[in-house]
Design a protein around this ligand. Structure first.
Ligand code: WT7
Length: 657
């Protein structure tokens, strides 16, 4: 984040006290911080009692082999039973679990009793396909109820799921299927996106032609759009034929608390995406507790809505596992916020009487741009808590969210966490904290975080550095799938005995934490983390590209825009010498990246150059390229092998003399 936006962040001085009635009836009060401080493990052992265990755990944390944690290791439970069956057994079978709203306007409300039947049928179907506990299942679906049902069915039979966001390409899907060695893929003919059917199954067909995907025995296909779909007999099975024919009863088996629940891939700075592994008992404990605490969920009266896609960790933790373990009623929406009109979200809030809303700053900024008059047309008075996640929320957006969506009434909780942390870590509590626009403020009860300098010393109030987590937490990642060493190197080597989150942060004069963005080379584009290395690898995989360097340049619309510098191979450079040829090549490369990684990773600008700035050890100096991309005067160039390189690059820029 630039110094200028940091200065803006700190200009907003207003504080917002919790509404009195919310504070008086809050699920969690200030006392929780004291209780957890006095006995952190005792606090989490207490929270684990929110769940129903087949074997109650006697042990809380085993940290005898750091950084490999075991939480509640001698306990046994079934995660799906906790999210579904126990609510039915408690007489809540008629409560709506999901109000599904399809993009074309089709709707379906699913009660907990119905969910129990569907999850049981899907679990029986997966078993019929030969899926056993421990086998991995890849899920590549739109935001439809079958996505939730599939995840819970996997959890029910102990088969770790690996969701791949429906916007990813066949290549990205193939890499993830290979790395997890998936046995079954669950997909759909397609979903609806911006008013049109958008096919999914062709990407699965293409991914399964790649080497390393041979162990996929079956593809289970949900019929969503009804469009024609290529079919591989003996491999492809319709969901409605197989799942629909199964018995509606299934006995959940208890698994160890440390049984793997899911793998979810996150972009790395170096090399291939990291398969973040989460397990069962600790994960469910923390997502259940945090959803209860941070949203002040009253399951009998609240209607909760998280706008994330289930393919991201926010969807895993705060659509599926947190809310359902708490018996919540929630909205599940398939589409985009502006289809068929820019008030679609607010229409949904009004229609279902949504009380708790969880969304991302990028969406809030888009709504701001569309205008205040759009939400003003709808009755949003049901809302009582608003949440934000995914990137730092600038104070303007925070204030707009509170004022135009929350009626200047609702607390806004800015929640910091990561795929790796599994659950929310740093956030205000709606009934306790006087909120500060732009700050995630304080670690939750039971969570230990601070900001340190380069030498691992805790910074004083008023200073900045790196965010670290200083104690293990129940929903922490257990490792990177198949790569323990990378887990150690990435998170536990920068500082001794502390988890390095990779985010810059600052403590203000009150000691509250402000998150300042990634310190490494992950770009943030429209709310998605995209690694520079992945885009570079995609560019270099094109036959005409010899070398590539990618940076994220500040962009008012998308936070960062991808800007690539490429060195062309000999003959390609000659061919692309004319302006028209060069423009055609740039388009070809952009399309190539979109094909390799998905449209979100398509560079906004590509600049063919003769050389790249490198240090003597051969590392590309992205810092300098960022200066160029953001039209700044260059920083220190003394560590470059050849400082004339930068002059050559600048001479290539549009507008250069
Ligand atoms: C990175 C994790 C957590 C689910 C969505 C993203 C950034 C996330 C905040 C926030 C400032 C935030 C961080 C973090 N981030 N929430 N409230 N304030 N930054 O999950 O893809 O694993 O990304 O998102 O940089 O490290 P993810």
């Amino acid at each position: 984040m630039s110094n200028e936006s940091l200065a803006n962040l700190l200009k907003e001085e207003r504080r917002f006290e919790p509404p009195a009635d919310l504070a008086a009836n809050a699920n969690v009060t200030a006392e929780a911080y004291e209780v957890a401080k006095a006995d952190r493990l005792g606090f989490w052992a207490e929270q684990a009692r929110r769940l129903t265990w087949d074997t109650e755990p006697a042990e809380t944390l085993d940290w005898s082999n750091p950084p490999f944690a075991k939480w509640f290791a001698d306990g046994k439970l079934n995660v799906a039973y906790n999210c579904v069956d126990r609510h039915v057994e408690n007489g809540l079978g008629d409560r709506v679990a999901l109000h599904f709203e399809g993009e074309p306007g089709d709707t379906r409300s699913i009660t907990y009793a119905e969910l129990q039947r569907e999850v049981s049928q899907a679990a029986n179907a997966l078993t019929e396909l030969g899926v056993q506990a421990g086998d991995r299942v890849a899920i590549y679906l739109p935001m439809i109820p079958e996505a939730v049902v599939s995840m819970l069915a996997c959890a029910r039979i102990g088969a770790p799921h690996s969701l791949v966001f429906g916007g990813f390409s066949a290549d990205a899907l193939a890499t993830r299927i290979q790395d997890a060695d998936a046995r079954v893929v669950i997909t759909a003919d397609g979903g609806y996106r911006r008013g049109k059917p958008s096919a999914l199954k062709p990407a699965v067909d293409e991914a399964l032609t790649r080497p390393g995907t041979e162990n996929v025995r079956s593809v289970l296909v949900v019929r969503r759009t009804g469009e024609d779909t290529a079919w591989t007999n003996g491999r492809d099975v319709w969901w409605h034929e197989l799942v629909g024919a199964q018995p509606e009863q299934h006995t959940p088996e208890a698994f160890d608390a440390e049984h793997p629940l899911f793998i979810l891939y996150t972009s790395g700075t170096t090399g291939k995406p990291k398969g973040i592994l989460h397990t069962s008992g600790g994960y469910l404990t923390q997502v259940s507790y945090t959803h209860h605490a941070v949203f002040d969920l009253k399951p009998e009266s609240d209607v909760y809505w998280c706008t994330a896609d289930v393919g991201w960790v926010t969807g895993h933790s705060y659509i599926v596992y947190g809310p359902l373990s708490n018996g919540a009623t929630q909205v599940l929406y398939e589409g985009t916020p502006d289809t068929p009109h820019q008030g679609r979200w607010w229409e949904i809030v009004q229609k279902y009487g949504v009380t708790l809303l969880y969304t991302a700053p990028t969406a809030i900024r888009a709504c701001m741009k569309w205008g205040d008059d759009i939400p003003a047309k709808f009755d949003l008075s049901s809302l009582r808590v608003l949440g934000s996640v995914g990137e730092p929320i600038n104070p303007e957006a925070w204030i707009w969210y509170r004022k135009h969506i929350g009626g200047d009434r609702t607390p806004v909780v800015d929640t910091w966490w990561q795929t790796e942390t599994g659950g929310i870590m740093i956030t205000p509590l709606p009934g306790v904290t006087a909120t500060k626009p732009g700050s995630a403020q304080i670690p939750l009860p039971g969570i230990a975080a601070t900001v340190v300098d380069d030498d691992a010393n805790e910074v004083p109030n008023g200073a900045g550095g790196y965010l670290v987590l200083t104690e293990p937490w129940p929903s922490m990642l257990r490792t990177i799938w198949g790569d323990d060493q990378r887990y150690i190197d990435t998170y536990w080597s920068r500082f001794q005995n502390r988890y390095f989150a990779g985010d810059g942060a600052k403590k203000d004069t009150d000691g509250d934490i402000w998150l300042l963005g990634r310190v490494d080379d992950v770009m943030l584009v429209s709310g998605h983390n995209i690694s520079t290395t992945e885009v570079e690898s995609a560019l270099v995989s094109h036959p005409k590209v010899a070398e590539a360097a990618v940076v994220g340049a500040t962009d008012p619309q998308t936070t960062q825009a991808i800007c690539a510098f490429v060195i062309l191979r000999g003959s390609a450079a000659a061919e692309a010498s004319g302006e028209a040829e060069s423009a055609a090549l740039v388009e070809e490369l952009r399309a190539h990246v979109a094909q390799a990684l998905g449209p979100i990773a398509k560079p906004k600008r590509i600049l063919p150059v003769a050389e790249l700035p490198k240090t003597r050890s051969g590392k590309i100096m992205r810092r300098l390229l960022r200066d160029v991309a953001e039209n700044r005067t260059l920083g220190d160039v003394t560590t470059l092998t050849d400082s004339s390189v930068m002059e050559l690059i600048q001479a290539k820029l549009p507008g250069a003399s």
